[in-house]
Ligand binder design. Structure first.
Ligand code: PHE
Ligand code: NA
Length: 447
């Protein structure tokens, strides 16, 4: 293997934390629960779980492996590895679409990060106290209806991201993740416990885990697959970039398993925390992107110690969102830095302003621009759908196909520390199941 060209993660733990920090975020709590509710529940969850295991795992390992060999940013890595193996440099397209996806996702991710900041403040000033379903819905709609409020929170969130990236304190953040991620898990378990006492836990369980297969169609499957990519930070070159810092001693498969189990557990816990509240209060599970913001405040407003728990929860959610947002900004900054004369700080500022501007368009689509439609979707929905359902699956597909045709099999087998038998199973998964799965779901979603 090529000699490592740049610094490595100080430790295996550092790498796991960085990867988990990117993976665990709003996707697990906000996006997973709203899509589950909107897509009818368990059938969506089952396809999502299958995609995580059969498509997400091989693609995660493939992205890390490609990154570890390429030792560059995703665009150059793809172009050079392809060249080295006698293939077209056009493979760089996979890296380019990954960078584009990061850019577009961060723009609306920051808007939701802003909601989380707003709700952190809401807990501090006690605005949830005694709130019922109606009041909670009104409060959320009030936020959506105010371009000014949305703008302030979105700007604040982006500013936090920029300060962290520009000051290069991401390593400190990863260290904090070591404490804060378990804390988030504990809080979610407390909320699941609250849900279990609500008398509607059984409904939530069967909503999430007893599939009504008649609810399944191509669109739901594509949404579930897109969510698998989104939540694992796949199909963006981000994991590829992380792989380029990876030491040779790290076992890719077991690390991938750890990250995936953690990420999936957090999403399922979030669902089990939220849906009992939805059913207990007669709320609409298919409410859309506002789901966690209208449900959780009801719980926090009515339980003992709720304001403190609410504060802790939204702080931790904001923190998780920040670590993911940083990983989203990084590829954009890196690309600009290498291709222009802007320098690190300039590249950070220019990328952030561009992301922020697209975010402003996204937040206006909740109010003054709600009738501006792209392919029949408002700007926010378009960004979410176009990235999740098209860009991520296609970029991930590119990465896994590239892995299959360009990387040396015997070397890959040794790298994964597998015997010949296990490796043939792995190869089956990486070479056929994952790419065909993506292609079939993708076609089903559009036909
Ligand atoms: N995986 C993150 C989440 O679930 C979002 C994200 C997507 C972060 C892509 C980085 C890259 O919230
Ligand atoms: Na995630």
């Amino acid at each position: 293997m090529a000699k490592l060209a740049h610094a490595q993660w100080s430790s295996k733990m550092g790498f796991v934390l960085a990867a988990a920090g990117s993976a665990v975020g709003l996707g697990n709590i906000w996006r997973f629960s709203y899509l589950t509710g909107e897509s009818g529940g368990a059938a969506f969850v089952m396809v999502y779980l299958a995609c995580v295991a059969l498509v997400g795992l091989p693609i995660l390992v493939a992205e890390w492996m490609i990154g570890r060999r390429g030792q560059k940013n995703p665009i150059n890595t793809m172009s050079e590895l392809a060249h080295r193996h006698g293939r077209s440099r056009g493979w760089a397209m996979v890296g380019i679409s990954g960078v584009l996806a990061s850019f577009l996702i961060l723009s609306f991710y920051s808007v939701i990060g802003g909601w989380s900041l707003n709700y952190t403040l809401g807990s501090v000033i006690g605005s949830f106290t005694g709130q019922d379903a109606e009041a909670s819905g009104e409060a959320f709609n009030g936020l959506l209806a105010s371009p000014k409020a949305l703008l302030i929170w979105h700007s604040l969130f982006m500013a936090l991201v920029v300060v962290i990236v520009a000051r290069g304190v991401t390593k400190g953040l990863e260290a904090a993740a070591r404490v804060l991620m378990p804390a988030l898990v504990v809080l979610l378990i407390v909320l699941v416990g609250y849900g279990a006492l609500s008398g509607f836990f059984g409904e939530a369980l069967s909503f999430m885990f007893t599939p009504d297969w008649s609810a399944l169609n191509g669109g739901v499957m594509l949404a579930a697959m897109g969510q698998a990519f989104f939540t694992l930070s796949l199909g963006m070159g981000i994991m590829m970039a992380y792989g380029s810092y990876l030491g040779e001693d790290v076992n890719l498969l077991s690390t991938a398993r750890t990250v995936i189990i953690l990420d999936t557990a957090i999403a399922l816990l979030a669902g089990l925390a939220i849906f009992p509240i939805v059913f207990a209060n007669g709320l609409d599970a298919s409410e859309g992107p506002g789901l966690i913001f209208v449900t959780l405040p009801i719980a926090f407003g009515n339980m003992t110690g709720g304001s403190l728990l609410g504060l802790a929860f939204f702080l931790l959610l904001t923190f998780a969102a920040l670590t993911s947002a940083i990983s989203l900004l990084e590829p954009v900054v890196e690309t600009l830095e290498e291709r222009t004369a802007l320098g690190r700080l300039g590249a950070t500022l220019v990328s952030a302003v561009a992301v922020w501007l697209v975010g402003v368009a996204a937040l206006l689509s909740f109010n003054v621009w709600d009738s501006v439609l792209i392919f029949g979707l408002n700007i926010f929905d378009f960004l979410d759908t176009f990235t999740g359902k098209i860009l991520l699956p296609l970029t991930g597909l590119g990465a896994i196909i590239f892995y299959s045709i360009c990387l040396d099999k015997e070397e890959a087998r040794k790298e994964l520390a597998m015997d010949v038998y296990d490796y043939s199973l792995w190869n089956l998964l990486a070479k056929y199941v994952a790419p065909l799965g993506v292609i079939i779901v993708f076609l089903a979603g559009f036909l």
